[in-house]
Design a protein around this ligand. Sequence first.
Ligand code: PGA
Length: 259
Amino acid sequence: MNSEIKPLIAGNWKMNGLTEDLSQIRSLALSLRNDPAHRCEVLICPPVTLLAQTTQICLSGAVVSGAQNCHIAQKGAHTGDIGASMLADAGAQYIIVGHSERRADHGETDGLVNAKARAALGAHVTPIICVGETHAERLGALAMTVVEKQLNGSVPALEIFDKRVIAKNLVIAYEPVWAIGTGLVPELDDIKTMHAAIRDWLVERFGEEGEGVRILYGGSMKPSNATDILATANVNGGLIGGASLNAEDFLQIIRSACD
Ligand code: PGA
């Protein structure tokens, strides 16, 4: 991992978690109080129903809270939707946008993801923009082309950042769709190649500032493979689904990044 970039280990709880499951977050926050977690940033994105409570719990430990989606508007007549400023009000410091499950289940396009990322920035919340190819695209040697197209369409233009430090206001997550929740992970060399290509893209778009943007890997990261993945060049943390639901597993992954 690039030692100049503080790694981000992010848990994406997806549509999982009831009040009783907050005990996992309590236990995580408690463990991290005396852990070397300051060497990395730890984030939990629970379902929005648990966001405010998660924020409260996180205040006592070295953990921050985030959200999994937002609307493109901050407020208005959009029944059932939630604006980025409302998520910020509930304590979210990050918002995941363009996760492949939303792209697939809700037909989210690159243009919409871009608008959501801009909405997050408008609420002073850092967007975590997800990109990644399907299995068919990987087999067809199209992974790079697909990811580049997603980056071109989903990442807001330089002007949108309005003199903000890009590295603090943007995170990219490379999540091969076929690796999410399947137990499959790409070869380390493939992760390295893709992350290097994303870094090149960031530098081309943002100049030197692109060097500091965190690029997370996501897709079946677990305690048994985290050390190797997180040691790969240009992997600056992880976006973890299943293994973030259990405090003990998540802690092991955090320790792989921070120890
Ligand atoms: P997974 O999910 O770790 O369960 O594969 C990752 C993600 O979808 O963010």
